[in-house]
Unconditional design. Structure first.
Length: 85
């Protein structure tokens, strides 16, 4: 259940769609106290997909995580399951 607290919701913006197609990445708004490792574990647990890399940054008081998935797990498939596509 800890992973559900870590990940708040996915972002569906033009930039996130471009990143999904070009770099196999999804953007999530995450808990302010979540570390990159916390986000990686939570995403792998929730979506059953291998994560290559996580970058985080804070913008307008919200922490965002850029999650790059392994090649064998297309971000577009995960986004479709989330209802973003």
């Amino acid at each position: 259940m800890e992973s559900l607290k870590t990940i708040k919701y996915p972002l569906a913006t033009e930039k996130s769609i471009r990143l999904m197609e070009a770099e196999n990445k999804l953007i999530f708004v995450v808990d302010d106290k979540a570390t990159q490792n916390d986000v990686k574990k939570a995403v792998e647990e929730v979506f059953k997909a291998k994560v290559d890399k996580v970058n985080t940054y804070v913008m307008k008081g919200k922490k965002r995580a850029y999650v790059k998935f392994a090649k064998e797990y297309p971000a577009i498939d995960i986004a479709t399951n989330l209802g973003l596509m």
